[in-house]
Design a protein around this ligand. Structure first.
Ligand SMILES: NC(=O)c1ccc[n+]([C@@H]2O[C@H](COP(=O)([O-])OP(=O)(O)OC[C@H]3O[C@@H](n4cnc5c(N)ncnc54)[C@H](OP(=O)(O)O)[C@@H]3O)[C@@H](O)[C@H]2O)c1
Length: 179
């Protein structure tokens, strides 16, 4: 099992457009992507609060609000400093990174923990808790938005390529974080 940062990225390195816009992805969501394998290998999700409450590329469809646009079942652990009073079925809100990662790992069992959200993924890297990056590169330039990885002042993180999956219209890379 691995703690795996999972995202779709524009060719110029953004996972969301300005203001967290996810509408840009709508034109690239096809059944031909490698999302099916990704979902099958994922046992639990560690999700940033902005991702959880943010824009949804599946907005307006019957699968709006569902991880991966539907078809995946499992527990979600959402990191936030502001735990909501109302429970959400299948979702555990956690206010501490290490506790959230430990709980997600336990829930995932033999499968991977999918990390959704750039800020949370960056913290996992910083804490030495991230094992892999699975990124699907989409053929679009966004020019501005939320970067896949942001570290003001710069920070190199060495990655080793494990696998490339090419599907019509997209290329996905599986990379290992070298520690
Ligand atoms: N292209 C893709 O595949 C893809 C995938 C996922 C997400 N996205 C998009 O990318 C953007 C991600 O946004 P982001 O990277 O800015 O945010 P994020 O990682 O999704 O969420 C950040 C938030 O998580 C909470 N948080 C982070 N670390 C915490 C900690 N250690 N303890 C407690 N709470 C913590 C804080 O929420 P509180 O303010 O509530 O404390 C923080 O504001 C969104 O627009 C999302 O829609 C794209």
């Amino acid at each position: 099992m691995a703690v795996q940062y999972q995202c779709a990225m524009s060719l110029d390195g953004f996972i969301a457009g300005p203001g967290g816009d996810m509408g840009w992805m709508a034109g690239y969501l096809s059944p031909d992507t490698s999302a099916g394998d990704l979902m099958a290998g994922t046992g639990a999700l560690l999700v940033g609060r902005r991702t959880f409450g943010g824009d949804d590329p599946h907005k307006g469809t019957e699968h709006e609000g569902e991880p991966y646009g539907g078809g995946w079942e499992g527990r979600q652990f959402v990191l936030t400093h502001r735990i909501p009073e109302r429970p959400v079925p299948g979702v555990t809100f956690v206010d501490d990174l290490e506790r959230a990662v430990a709980a997600a790992r336990e829930a995932a069992g033999e499968k991977n923990v999918g990390v959704l959200g750039a800020q949370v993924a960056a913290q996992c890297i910083e804490a030495g808790l991230l094992d892999e990056v699975y990124v699907t590169v989409l053929p679009v330039l966004l020019g501005d938005g939320v970067r896949l990885f942001s570290h003001p002042g710069g920070r190199s993180v060495r990655l080793e390529q494990l696998r490339t999956v090419t599907t019509p219209g997209a290329t996905s890379l599986l990379l290992r974080v070298v520690r």
